[in-house]
Write a protein that binds this ligand. Structure first.
Ligand code: FAD
Length: 384
């Protein structure tokens, strides 16, 4: 007799772990499988902790608004400190091109109820006094966004998922998926077999081979990004600063001061660096440091302590892929989170629970339409 579950989640990462918590809270018998030794050891631990609802489309805006509610109230609801800090996000404009992009987006963002505004130069310098004032035009500021610890959040979701009855098997890799009569029946691993009514592919950058286990293709490719952290210094910066000016070698970069004092930062290489190579490069720090010091000269004297490299699970248009497979009944995708899996995680977890329970709202159906595997992938997310 093999053990049978309502749902098996493949992958205990930014998506799979909160999903297990939400499913268990709804009384759904859940098993999570992951080849790593504990939760969050894939891309989750590479994330720098940024959490925002300031996106350019209703699906990510709504999911992240809900995520922010969950992250920001977690400590008072459950007692765990996940280092949530509401510092806001600040997108700066030093040229008319970025001013136009940000102002055009603002109209969309406001129409979805986001608390975000355009600040001119003087107002922006009040929020972040150390920004380089030369050529600064202004920027958008969303005070309700913030940051939290990816690992502490994962461990909080994990502890509460377990308390509610979810099972986790670590050091166990899914090697195959049982399908009979066009329907998922369970999974095979390197250690055994389990039955399930539904199987969720939450394998992030590794989603493609796991989709191929049921003969499907899913356009998710690993795209490597580097990040770093400095020594701790006295507090001088509240919001996450994002500069979307493309220059040779990188398209944008972002940084914030963690409330324990360190500056944490990241850059988006251009062109993308495809593949799973997670060795740090010698090119990253000189490239990102020059850009950061240009926007905030005060950063020049802070010493970098550590760099790391992780994977974005990228899709062609920069939007996640969420929803049931049409070809294999009971196979659910929750993949392609790109650079936003941490911030999407808990909001998406609740949506996945409603998908499994078949209790979708009108808003959920709209989100699932935007994030469908069967879309054209022709658009481009403007703030990816
Ligand atoms: C440098 C960097 C900075 C980032 N900063 C942010 C940020 O500030 N905010 C933000 O929201 N996002 C950020 N991200 C993106 C974020 O880390 C990812 O979007 C997110 O972690 C993806 O979540 P996931 O659950 O899909 O994948 P993961 O967290 O990688 O989880 C997937 C899991 O699937 C498991 N798996 C793979 N194959 C199998 C198998 N065959 N069987 C069982 N399990 C399997 C893996 O071991 C892994 O644990 C950043 C990423 C990087 C690299």
């Amino acid at each position: 007799m093999i053990s049978h579950y309502d749902v098996i989640i493949i992958g205990a990462g930014s998506v799979g772990t909160p999903a297990a918590w939400s499913l268990a809270e709804a009384g759904i018998r859940t098993l999570v499988l992951d080849p790593q030794a504990s939760v969050g050891q894939g891309s989750n631990k590479a994330a720098i902790g940024g959490i925002r609802a300031t996106h350019s489309d209703p699906a990510k805006i709504r999911l992240c608004l809900r995520s922010i509610e969950i992250f920001s109230t977690w400590k008072e609801r459950y007692g765990d400190d996940i280092e949530w800090y509401k510092g806001g996000y600040l997108f700066v404009a030093y040229r008319e091109r970025e001013e136009k992009i940000l102002k055009d987006l603002l109209a969309i963002q406001k129409s979805y109820g986001l608390n975000i505004d355009w600040l001119d130069k003087e107002a922006l310098l009040e929020v972040a006094p150390d920004l380089n004032p030369n050529d600064l035009i202004g920027g958008t500021f969303s005070p309700d966004d913030g940051n939290a610890s990816p690992l502490l959040a994962q461990h909080a979701f994990y502890a509460h998922a377990k308390r509610l009855g979810a099972e986790f098997h670590f050091n166990e890799s899914v090697t195959g998926i049982d399908v009979a009569g066009g329907r998922v029946r369970g999974v095979k691993t390197d250690k055994g077999e389990y039955g399930a009514d539904a199987v969720v592919n939450a394998t992030g950058a590794w989603a493609r081979p796991v989709a191929q286990m049921v003969g499907l293709d899913v356009p998710v490719n690993p795209d490597s990004h580097e990040a770093a952290i400095t020594e701790a210094v006295a507090r001088f910066l509240d919001p996450m600063v994002v500069d979307i000016r493309p220059v040779t070698g990188s398209s944008n970069y972002y940084f914030y001061q963690h409330y324990t004092g360190q500056i944490v930062f990241c850059i988006t290489p251009s062109p993308n660096i495809w593949g799973e190579d997670c060795r740090e490069t010698s090119g990253f720090l000189p490239m990102v440091a020059r850009r950061m010091v240009d926007v905030m000269p005060r950063l020049a004297n802070i010493r970098v302590r550590r760099t790391w490299r992780g994977l974005y699970p990228m899709t062609p248009d920069g939007f996640p892929i969420v929803g049931w497979s049409k070809e294999v009944e009971g196979y659910l995708f929750a993949v392609g989170m790109c650079g936003q899996g941490l911030m999407l995680g808990p909001g998406l977890a609740e949506l996945l629970t409603r998908v499994i329970k078949n209790s979708l709202t009108e808003s959920d159906n709209e989100i699932l339409g935007i994030l469908s595997l069967y879309r054209q992938f022709a658009g481009q997310e403007k703030l990816k």
